[in-house]
Ligand binder design. Structure first.
Ligand code: GLC
Length: 603
């Protein structure tokens, strides 16, 4: 891969020699306990595919104050069933607004507000001793403009301007803009920023303070590879590569998911395997379905690129089907664009994360089920903002693009699923429906295939944090609506087992995760075959093993509904045993019934 990427660069030979030395040095520096883990995982290469895997994602300050504080909550994580912990950006960010930590000024230093590298290593070890792996963010596409490389580039130090994408005038920026999209059209319009002191335009896809790196420069590859080795050697098991789609620029394109991006990611993966084979890569590519799947390895990259990628489409379709009480689009998209099996890779399945929800539904897919793509996307945005008549949700808009009409949404799982409105109105029936929506969603991401990622607070149904506007650095960014602080009070003493929404969701989720662990059919290597139930209220997939089949069924409506027993038999169901409730399912007049938002894992 490297010769295809950099073979023509004048520094190619000295670059490859330097990379070889970096690989050797990093391997020599890898601590003995991590080398032991490398061997262990070489013998168990499916460790991250096992049904016992459950991820939990949090901001360190919002969860436990600081890194040291994480140690006080390991029992909690274990009780919930967590085996994989994702610390949201924890490397040293720029001061002030840092895009939630995604504007990194030093990749070798832990955010001083959280602790030090010594504490990080201690926490990583403590997690490891409990059988939990640790995921951390590594931002590949850009650095903060305060990063040492950017400062040197700004001063004109030779070589460093070539780490970024800088232009003497606006001729090329204007030409590129013709086909680029806007990521933050409200907060950071345009993809380039002019700096008068520098006399140059700098490529800034995201915010002005996030300078895109020039990955066509092999020295950028080397710097990033060294950072990656260092983080793995400090105890990170999963490296979450941020915003990977944007890493390669090509005139006349959207500059997203260009073939070179996949070459770089495959090369990074190969380098990681040499130094730290225990570590795996999670690629963040929030794109349409056909594009996203390429990050899990396609064509020559099969089995060699990302081990994990976010199943953005599953998340979008979950919310789309809930709002429309109709699963046809969901069934169409998930059965058309996704293979039933992946090689040495799986999804991160999730309902909510720290980001907004972008309505990634394309016009052709919408048309295939008789919908107008634009209108459906607009409906979803209005529904989850809460203004659509009859909506159960309460959320906010994020980045309204006046030119394209595109709107995205913010909000916590519980608020978007209807809990906030129902609680405010004191309506117990609607509270119940909201809780069932939440638990149905958790049961879906726990069985689809992949690592279910629970976003902090969603296990106790935390509502929107409307106070986010009080923090000046956050006020402009509605994503802080769904980044609340952990509310430990909700689970102390008797509260842990009472009838509150928090306890109901917490105990319901724990049950789902325990059942997941005890259901070998849910192993990530087993195919996931999305099937059409012929009933638009129901979404279904079969998890196949050579000897058995588990039919997972989800009711996306507040009505009772049913499906025929013969149809389930035709898909391989023999026992009519629900692995989720661990109980037999009685057929009624040869039909399987599901209550509002009901879910079954039928063996
Ligand atoms: C990723 C992050 C998002 C951030 C962006 C720029 O998409 O998830 O929070 O704003 O990258 O770094």
């Amino acid at each position: 891969m490297l010769d295809q990427l950099y073979g023509k660069h004048p520094d190619y030979d000295i670059f490859t020699a330097a990379l070889r030395s970096a690989l050797k040095a990093a391997w020599a520096a890898r601590p003995a306990d991590l080398k032991h883990l490398d061997l262990k995982r070489d013998l168990e290469p499916d460790w991250f595919l096992r049904p016992g895997m459950v991820g939990y994602v949090f901001y360190i300050d919002r969860f436990s104050g600081d890194l040291e504080g994480v140690l006080d909550h390991l029992d909690y994580l274990q009780e919930l069933g967590v085996t994989y912990v994702h610390f949201m950006p924890c490397l040293k960010p720029r001061p002030g607004n840092s895009d939630g930590g995604y504007s990194v000024m030093d990749y070798d230093t832990i955010n001083p507000a959280y602790g030090t590298m010594t504490t990080f290593k201690k926490v990583a070890k403590a997690l490891r001793q409990r059988g939990m792996s640790l995921c951390i963010d590594m931002v590949l596409n850009h650095t903060a403009k305060e990063h040492a490389w950017a400062k040197k580039a700004r001063k004109g130090t030779p070589g460093f301007q070539d780490y970024y994408l800088m232009f003497d005038n606006d001729r090329l920026p204007k030409a590129y803009e013709k086909t680029l999209v806007e990521v933050f059209p409200n907060d950071a319009p345009g993809n380039f920023t002019y700096y008068p002191d520098l006399g140059k335009w700098v490529w800034t896809t995201f915010n002005e303070h996030q300078w895109d790196l020039n990955w066509a420069n092999p020295w950028v590859f080397l710097e990033m590879a060294k950072i990656m080795f260092n983080l793995a050697n400090k105890g990170a098991d999963v490296l979450r590569f941020d915003a990977v789609a944007f890493m390669w620029k090509r005139m006349g394109t959207r500059c997203q998911s260009e073939p070179e991006v996949h070459m770089i990611l495959q090369a990074l993966r190969a380098a990681s395997r040499i130094v730290s084979s225990a570590a795996i890569h999670l690629e963040e590519a929030i794109t349409g379905p056909a594009e996203m799947i390429t990050y899990l390895g396609q064509g020559i990259h099969t089995g060699k690129e990302g081990n994990l990628a976010y199943h953005n489409s599953l998340m979008v379709q979950f919310w789309s089907a809930l709002a429309s009480r109709d699963t046809r689009l969901m069934t169409h998209v998930l059965s058309t664009h996704f293979p039933t099996s992946l090689v040495n890779a799986t999804y991160g399945t999730y309902l909510r994360c720290h980001d907004d929800i972008g309505w990634a539904v394309n016009d052709e897919d919408a048309e295939a089920v008789g919908l107008d793509g634009f209108k459906h996307r607009a409906f979803l945005a209005e529904f989850y903002e809460g203004r659509f008549p009859g909506s159960f949700a309460h959320g906010a808009y994020f980045q309204v693009n006046e030119v394209t009409g595109d709107k995205r949404n913010s909000g916590t799982l519980a608020s978007l699923a209807g809990l906030e409105r129902a609680v405010t109105d004191g309506d117990v029936d609607r509270v119940e429906l909201a809780l069932q929506r939440i638990l149905m969603g958790h049961a879906m991401i726990a069985s689809f295939g992949g690592i279910p990622l629970i976003y902090m607070g969603d296990e106790i149904a935390l509502l929107n944090d409307w106070g986010y506007t009080d923090t000046p650095a956050h006020a402009h960014d509605s994503r802080w609506l769904h980044r609340p602080r952990m509310d430990w009070k909700k689970l102390t003493g008797k509260a842990r087992n009472d009838d509150s929404p928090a306890a109901r969701v917490y105990n319901g989720l724990r049950h789902i995760l325990r059942r997941r662990k005890d259901t070998p059919e849910l192993h990530g290597a087993n195919p996931t075959v999305v099937v059409d139930t012929g009933n638009p209220k129901l979404f279904a997939f079969v998890r196949e093993t050579p000897a058995s089949a588990t039919l997972c069924l989800f009711n996306f409506t507040e009505d009772w509904t049913s499906v025929s027993g013969d149809w389930a038999r035709s898909l391989g169901v023999r026992e009519f045993h629900d692995a989720l409730s661990d109980a037999a399912v009685e057929l009624n007049a040869e039909r399987i019934s599901l209550p509002p938002y009901g879910r079954l894992w039928l063996r």
